[in-house]
Design a protein around this ligand. Structure first.
Ligand SMILES: [Zn+2]
Length: 228
C-alpha cells in the first residue's frame, strides 16, 4: 500500500504523477480548465477577471507560487489593483515568505491607508518575522480604525508580551475582555503573562476564569497545576 501525497488516501498503486487516480483526474480537469485554450480565450476577453479567477483557484489548491504569478500579472495590468496586492500578500504569508508579505501589505496601505485588514495582515507578518515593534505599531493602527474589535488589542497584547512588556500586554488583554467577556483565550494568555511577571495569584484568577468558561481546557489545567 502507498499513500497519496495529496489526499493521504491509501492506494495499491500511484499513477505516473505519483498521486492517486482520483487526484490525478482532478489535476487533469484543473489543467484543462485553467491552463488550456479556454483560459487563453478568457484572458483575451477579460484579462482581469480571468487572472483573478485562476489565482483564487490556485490559492484554494494551495499552489501559492502560481497564485503569486497571477496576482503579479494583475498588478502589471493595473498597478493600483488593491485586491491583487492584498491577496498576493496573503499568498506570500501562506507560503511562509513573510518579508514579501510585508512589502505587499505596505503597498496596499499606500493605496488604502484606512484599511484595518491591511495593517492587521502586515502586523501578523511582522510578528512571524519576529519584528514585534513594527507589529505593535500596525496593531495600534488596527485599534485606531476598529476600536470596538478585539483583534487589534489581542494581537498587540501578544506582540508586547513577546518583547517582555508585560504590563502593556496585560492592559491589552484586559481591553479584549472588556469588549468580549467570553474571549477565553484572552484570560488564558493574560494568566500566562501574569505568571511571567511573577504574579501567581492574578494568574490563578485568570486560569480559574478560563475553567469556568471551559471546564475541559487542558492547557489551563496544566498551567494552573504549574503554579503550585
Ligand atoms: Zn489522492
Amino acid at each position: 500500500m502507498q499513500h497519496c501525497p495529496i489526499c493521504r488516501k491509501e492506494v495499491e498503486k500511484l499513477t505516473e504523477l505519483y498521486i492517486c487516480e482520483d487526484c490525478a483526474k482532478e489535476q487533469i480537469l484543473f489543467q484543462q480548465k485553467w491552463e488550456g485554450k479556454a483560459f487563453k480565450e478568457d484572458v483575451e476577453r477579460d484579462p482581469t477577471d480571468a487572472y483573478f479567477k485562476r489565482a483564487f483557484a490556485y490559492m484554494e489548491k494551495g499552489d501559492f507560487n502560481r497564485a503569486i504569478m497571477d496576482f503579479s500579472e494583475l498588478i502589471k495590468l493595473n498597478p493600483n489593483e488593491t485586491e491583487a496586492f492584498s491577496n498576493r500578500g496573503m499568498a506570500y504569508h501562506n507560503k511562509g515568505d513573510f518579508s514579501h508579505a510585508v512589502e505587499d501589505f505596505s503597498e496596499l496601505i499606500k493605496l488604502n491607508p484606512d484599511e484595518a485588514d491591511a495593517y492587521y495582515n502586515r502586523g501578523a507578518a511582522y510578528y512571524e518575522i519576529g519584528d514585534f515593534d513594527h507589529a505593535v505599531d500596525d496593531f495600534a493602527e488596527v485599534i485606531r480604525l476598529t476600536p470596538d474589535d478585539v483583534d487589534g488589542y489581542f494581537h498587540r497584547g501578544l506582540s508586547y508580551r513577546k518583547t517582555g512588556q508585560f504590563d502593556l500586554a496585560i492592559g491589552d488583554f484586559t481591553e479584549v475582555i472588556k469588549i468580549d467577556p467570553s474571549y477565553i483565550h484572552a484570560y488564558f494568555i493574560r494568566g500566562l503573562t501574569y505568571k511571567e511577571r511573577g504574579d501567581s495569584d492574578q494568574a490563578a484568577v485568570d486560569f480559574n476564569e478560563v475553567l469556568k468558561l471551559d471546564p475541559n481546557h487542558g492547557p489551563t489545567k496544566e498551567a494552573l497545576a504549574g503554579l503550585k
